[in-house]
Design a protein around this ligand. Structure first.
Ligand SMILES: [Zn+2]
Length: 443
């Protein structure tokens, strides 16, 4: 007979003699006793878990010999330079082609196939000259650790999540967007992104005026308190000649991110306003100096963008190259047809980068600025034709942009509301200040 059976028999005999009203209390007590006797293992286990760490601290203070094994390794570090591959890196770290083979043929060796300049390799070699650990540090956020075990390598991918904080910047243009962005402490990447977002509505070469202003919120990424860099623009506003444009970033249900107006129209349009890399122009372009636009000739049918020779020229929209060649008046030229209605022409190119019949994507490089043909200096002559008729590329009404999909509209409005409210909140002090300035100047 087990202890448990004896115990319950004993309880039953008690119950028979007890008055009824005491039964419930007794049953509860018995339950507690049963729990203790039925699970002796679990109970002591819990006790042991609590007691053990204390015992270690008291009885065995960590001896020096117990240091982690990686500290015994001899570490060498190599930075990936352009032209490097695994072999050159291993060679510089005094490791053999056999080591290269063992690591690259391991199960996760595929991760080592595409190396980029600036990445880091750390080689940990043990006392026996064996590469015991290889750390492939792609970025502060991504590393691959290869560890030597029983003659081969096992790998572990380590990903870290940065902390994202929202930053705000604003500026007023005096000389150029680029200069104003620099003054506002914006990295080049974000100034360009800002121009890309609004570049469909605003011609940053011709339309920018002194007093135009911008404001934006964007992501700043940190890892353990250290700044990693900037992320995406979250929301932005641009006031050009008194008209304010707003854009907000939204990632749709398929994971694709784009910029939209607060009403949900895509900022992206079928045609670029300026079919060339505006930063090659506007970084050195000063509004206070007269812009050296190529002198207009009679019956001029396009726009001339004065730009340094070699400035990239882009296809204004998706289309097909219908002609390329050279003629005395046009120099090197490229003509692109966009659907049935539109044709764009690019003249005086230094280099042509596409062939006749080729399909091109919007913003694809099709040539570079030059001064071939009748041209006094390097510039892009750009023409825009609607149904075969020349129109002014700067003022022609372009096809409407796509609204956000109906199914996404509710999610879009919900997701972007806080981004836009946050931008407005940041903008408020400046708007108040300028309103006060206006009031006092009116008095
Ligand atoms: Zn021209």
């Amino acid at each position: 007979m087990s202890i448990l059976q004896k115990f319950s028999g004993f309880l039953l005999s008690i119950f028979r003699e007890f008055p009824r009203r005491h039964l419930i209390v007794s049953a509860a007590l018995a339950g507690c006793l049963l729990a203790l006797t039925a699970y002796p293992g679990k109970y002591t286990e819990v006790k042991r878990q609590i007691a053990e760490p204390i015992a270690i601290v008291i009885e065995e203070p960590a001896p020096e010999a117990e240091e982690p094994s990686y500290l015994e390794l001899d570490w060498k570090e190599q930075r990936v330079a352009s032209g490097d591959n695994l072999s050159t890196l291993f060679q510089r770290a005094k490791l053999s082609p056999l080591d290269v083979y063992k690591v690259s043929s391991s199960k996760s060796g595929r991760a080592l196939r595409n190396l980029y300049p600036g990445e880091t390799f750390r080689f940990g070699v043990n006392n026996d000259g064996i590469l015991a650990e290889l750390q492939y540090i792609k970025s502060p956020l991504e590393s691959h650790i290869f560890t030597y075990k029983n003659g081969s390598y096992i790998a572990e991918k380590q990903l870290r999540q940065p902390e994202v904080l929202v930053s705000y910047r604003e500026g007023v243009i005096k000389d150029s967007l680029y200069m104003a962005g620099k003054e506002a402490n914006l990295p080049d990447k974000l100034i360009m992104e800002l121009a890309n977002i609004f570049g469909w509505d605003i011609d940053f070469v011709f339309d920018i005026r002194r007093g135009d202003s911008f404001s934006l919120t964007y992501e700043d990424r940190y890892l353990e308190g250290e700044k990693l860099g900037t992320g995406n623009i979250i929301a932005a506003s641009f006031t050009n000649r008194g008209k304010t444009y707003q854009a907000v970033r939204y990632t749709n249900s398929k994971g694709r991110s784009n910029y939209y107006t607060p009403e949900g129209r895509s900022m992206r349009k079928a045609f670029l306003r300026t079919p060339l890399d505006i930063f090659r122009i506007s970084s050195g372009f000063n509004l206070r100096r007269k812009h050296p636009i190529h002198k207009k000739i009679k019956a001029h049918r396009g726009v001339d963008y004065a730009a340094p020779r070699g400035t990239p020229v882009y296809a204004a929209g998706d289309g097909k190259v219908i002609a390329t060649g050279y003629s005395k008046p046009n120099g090197n030229y490229v003509f692109v047809q966009h659907g049935q209605t539109y044709t764009t022409k690019y003249l005086h190119l230094n280099r042509k980068k596409v062939r006749k019949g080729q399909t091109v994507r919007q913003r694809q490089l099709i040539g570079t600025v030059g001064s071939t043909g009748y041209a006094t200096g390097p510039h892009l002559h750009y023409e825009f034709l609607v149904n075969g008729v020349h129109r002014n590329p700067r003022t022609v009404k372009l096809p409407q942009s796509q609204p956000i999909a109906k199914a996404e509209k509710a999610a879009f409005l919900k997701a972007t509301k806080s981004s836009l409210a946050q931008l407005a909140e940041y903008q408020r002090p400046t708007q108040l200040a300028s309103a006060q300035r206006n009031n006092s100047s009116a008095n």
